[in-house]
Design a protein around this ligand. Structure first.
Ligand SMILES: [Fe+2]
Ligand SMILES: [Fe+2]
Length: 465
């Protein structure tokens, strides 16, 4: 482990001088980006952060006070498996690729760039949130997520620099040039151009959009391109915390709302009404579903055939790793009606992955509904139908209600303020966002967490202001 190198890493960077030089050239540009686009107003503060110092199950995370720009951004891959094999597709059982297979070079670069682009994008989306944190505990969690997304960018840039030569270096530069929400040079995926300017958005984003990341990374962690698989496997260990932040964050908002419902009108009492929480769920869930790509996709078939992108838990969950003889039944829109169609399974793999994601999200909804029940509320939250409010794939260009019924555009337009956050909803939520910087205190619209971080109490000085 070369932890105290300029770029901490476990890939023997010092033995590859060319790669090391390229990354050392990228480093100051990265730091400039971080200072310009990272969390605003807190760069010089000590934050009690987890830093990856090892990928082993023991002690891969080291907790201490760190100023964010001094965070040990590094390159950590899971150790190589001796005799790693391609785990699926047409090359199933052959030795894993240590270099990029020539015919898939462009496609693979695109996958890595698209994944890489989401990492700095989310930091940009969240850069103002610190100023309205509901507690020091939440402030610390926000910054933990931010620095790890920064490190994930490093992970993807390592692959671009290490395996794609000059094009890879150019792509790495462009990852620092695009900006979330900027009309002239936007981030690649739409969910990453949406504003994330209040904490309800932040929790919904880390619950639903980071969870898309979990499924994309899981599919890539199965990859026959070994450096990509090993990179993604390690990123997943960090992502788990991001989803925890979103899942428990929304759970805590639900708890507080239900508590306020017992006392009177939630709005008058300064809480977030359940209808607004539901609308935020509808918004972020639907945008996150788009991230899986089209329902019917020849790219997904090609990537699977090549052994580059597998299914979720491909090795553990399936016995037939060729997926050639099966069909998948899906619903599509044809002549203005919903119809079912049989599609070769390999062409339906985006939809298969999306299905795994939806099941996982449902568990989150069940947890929040348990919180509502515990607090004596009879109302329940739900996921909208996956056809609702889609901008990518078979259902883009059509309009559906929350139950997935095809409806006219006029009806959608006239009812969308019931289903999606309105300007007024967003302004109301923003009006509640006042910072709480006192140790052990918490904002009125959210309940405290069940426990602190890493054995520390809630009233720990997670950020020294
Ligand atoms: Fe990430
Ligand atoms: Fe994340």
């Amino acid at each position: 482990m070369n932890l105290y190198d300029r770029i901490p890493n476990n890939v023997n960077l010092s033995e590859d001088k060319k790669l090391q030089r390229a990354l050392e050239k990228w480093l100051p540009n990265y730091l400039d980006w971080w200072r310009e686009m990272g969390p605003e107003g807190f760069q010089e503060k000590d934050v009690w952060l987890r830093t990856a110092v090892d990928v082993g199950s023991e002690g891969w995370a080291h907790f201490d006070y760190v100023k964010m720009p001094d965070y040990r951004w590094g390159i950590f891959l899971e150790p190589p498996q001796p005799d790693a094999k391609v785990g699926f597709g047409d090359n199933y059982g052959r030795p894993a690729y240590q270099e990029v297979p020539g015919e898939f070079r462009n496609a693979l670069r695109r996958i890595i760039v698209t994944q890489g682009d989401t990492e700095p994008a989310s930091v940009e989306q969240q850069r103002q949130l610190g100023k309205t944190c509901p507690s020091l505990y939440d402030l610390r969690n926000l910054f933990q997520v931010n620095v790890e997304e920064g490190r994930h960018l490093w992970a993807m840039v390592y692959l671009l620099h290490g395996y794609f030569g000059r094009d890879g270096r150019d792509e790495a530069d462009e990852l620092l040039e695009r900006r979330s929400g900027n009309p002239d040079k936007p981030r690649i995926l739409e969910a990453f151009n949406q504003p994330c300017d209040d904490w309800l958005n932040f929790f919904a984003f880390t619950m639903f959009t980071d969870r898309d990341g979990k499924y994309q990374l899981s599919a890539l962690a199965e990859s026959g391109f070994e450096p990509l698989a090993r990179t993604c496997q390690f990123m997943l260990t960090e992502e788990a915390h991001h989803m925890f932040v979103g899942d428990t964050g929304l759970g805590r908002v639900c708890r507080r709302t239900a508590q306020l419902m017992k006392k009177g009108d939630v709005r008058e009492l300064g809480g977030i009404p359940l209808e607004i929480i539901q609308k935020y769920i509808n918004f972020w869930f639907s945008y996150s579903l788009d991230l899986f790509g089209g329902e019917i996709s020849s790219n997904s078939a090609d990537f699977f055939a090549a052994g580059l992108k597998g299914r979720y838990k491909e090795r553990d969950q399936y016995t037939d790793h060729s997926a050639t003889n099966e069909n998948f039944t899906m619903t599509i829109v044809e002549d203005g009606q919903l119809k079912t169609r049989e599609v070769p399974l390999r062409n339906a793999l985006n939809e298969v992955l999306r299905g795994e994601y939806v099941k996982d999200c449902e568990k989150g909804l069940a947890r929040w509904n348990r919180v509502l029940a515990e607090e004596g509320a009879s109302e329940r939250l739900f996921l909208p139908h996956p056809r609702f409010h889609r901008h990518v794939g078979e259902f883009a260009g059509h309009t559906f209600d929350l139950q997935g019924n095809l409806i006219s555009r006029e009806e959608f337009e006239s009812r969308k303020s019931e289903w999606l956050p309105t300007m007024e909803d967003r302004e109301y939520v923003r009006s509640l966002m006042h910072p709480v910087f006192e140790i052990g205190k918490i904002a009125n619209w959210i309940a405290p967490p069940a426990a602190g971080i890493k054995g520390k109490p809630f009233d720990y000085e997670y950020v020294r202001l």
